[in-house]
Design a binder for this molecule. Structure first.
Ligand SMILES: Nc1ncnc2c1ncn2[C@@H]1O[C@H](COP(=O)(O)OP(=O)(O)OP(=O)(O)O)[C@@H](O)[C@H]1O
Length: 256
């Protein structure tokens, strides 16, 4: 398993500032009279690329949204470095999330990056440098002045990744980031994911593309019905899944 230590992301930040591990303790999320997350216990450690895998409706997206603080648990708690997020006073500055469909402003590519950086109070020369680096690392330099919403789907997703990169998060949540992309655009996103991970960013990602999961994952969390069924090194999961549900899932059978 590749292990990459959590490294300081910004000047003045130390290893002690790491927000990881993230621990879900008995997390329940009720909505519409259902419990799609039903007693979730899991720990996200610094280092491995973590793939959340499971059948449709297993609760993967909700798990990412809970971790990112977009929704709150009905019961149980989510701890970052043993503290509740709000009590620890840590906002989402150290976390970013990329969705299947990127949410972009009606502005140029460069302005989308500038806006995100200014919201995070990155100004002046540092902002310019981070913007240019993120554009270069995602192959978007030539598109800097183009209206973001006129980019192709693959380019838009690269811009969403550039925005995440520019913010230098400690943790990046990716919810099906390549679901609507062709193989070349998918490969480009995977390359950016690998590069961010190599720079010390924790990756937590959902994907229905098992080929992609095999390419990227160091560890797999297999969810079913809002609970963790397996949490295991990726090679073990793909070669010898422990649970019947995971075996059925990998064999392409419906899992109930
Ligand atoms: N706002 C909501 N109201 C009612 N049910 C919801 C709501 N949000 C999510 N759910 C339900 O929670 C379950 C888990 O949803 P989630 O999006 O996390 O699944 P998923 O594992 O990401 O599935 P998929 O692979 O299909 O994207 C689903 O059955 C979904 O219908």
């Amino acid at each position: 398993m590749r292990q990459v230590a959590s490294v300081p992301r910004t000047a003045g930040e130390t290893y002690r500032d790491s927000i990881l591990p993230c621990r879900f303790e008995g997390v329940v999320y009720e909505v519409g009279g259902k419990r799609p997350i039903d007693g979730l216990d899991l720990t996200l450690e610094a280092g491995p690329v973590t793939l959340l895998i499971g059948p449709n409706g297993a609760g993967k997206s909700l798990t990412l949204r809970l971790a990112h603080g977009l929704i709150a648990p009905t019961a149980g708690q989510i701890l970052w470095q043993n503290r509740k997020l709000e009590r620890a006073g840590r906002g989402p500055r150290r976390q970013s999330m990329v969705f299947q469909k990127p949410v972009l402003l009606r502005r140029s590519v460069a302005a989308n990056l500038d806006y995100a950086l200014s919201v995070h109070r990155v100004q002046g020369e540092e902002r310019r440098q981070r913007r240019e680096e993120a554009l270069a690392r995602t192959g978007l330099t030539a598109y800097a002045r183009q209206q973001a919403r006129t980019l192709s789907g693959g380019e838009q997703q690269r811009l969403a990744m550039a925005r995440a990169w520019a913010l230098k998060p400690q943790v990046l949540f990716l919810d099906e980031p390549t679901a609507s992309l062709d193989p070349a655009a998918t490969a480009a996103i995977e390359e950016i994911v690998r590069a961010m991970h190599a720079e010390g960013c924790k990756i937590v990602m959902t994907s229905h593309d098992l080929g992609q999961a095999r390419r990227l994952a160091d560890e797999v969390i297999f969810l079913n019905r809002g609970r963790v069924v397996e949490h295991t090194p990726a090679s073990d999961f793909f070669e010898q899944p422990n649970s019947r549900a995971a075996r059925d899932f990998l064999a392409g059978k419906l899992v109930w």
